[in-house]
Design a protein around this ligand. Sequence first.
Ligand code: HEC
Length: 135
Amino acid sequence: MIKRTLMIALVALAASQSVTVSAQTAAAADAPDLKRGKLLYIQCRACHELKADQPHKVGPNLAGLLGSKGASAEDFTYSSALKAANLTWDLKTLDRWLEKPSAVVPGNAMAFAGIANPKDRASLLAYIVSETTAK
Ligand code: HEC
């Protein structure tokens, strides 16, 4: 049930960003694609684990990410910039972060330029949320 609500929120997020597709095809074309999300996650995998029993890497473990406070993973040394930003990781903030981390928190320590394509971000988020939300 929680998962279904999340998927609906992600579809809504993707749909709200649609600029090019027509109204009829928007829903289908913008539905987040978990398989694609898993593929896109390859870009994050070197630095982030998703399950609570896994260690931090260069970046913090992302277990329980959705709805959590930014910079709140235990035993991870965050940049002072991310700590001071005092974010809550809701879908909108995560989407902005993935688009361009340096625009959300200038001076953060995540060496990643961002993902320009909104549907790719929605698919990646759908994958990460499904993997990091306790079932
Ligand atoms: C080169 C390593 C690296 C890559 C690649 C990377 N990250 Fe990060 N990430 C980090 C670091 C380091 C931080 C902590 C940033 C800070 O303290 O300013 C971070 C922080 C985060 C946070 C905030 C976590 C929290 O606890 O507040 C999220 C969410 C995140 N990354 C998601 C991603 C996603 C999704 C990808 C793939 C698109 C990705 N990262 C790619 C290193 C990386």
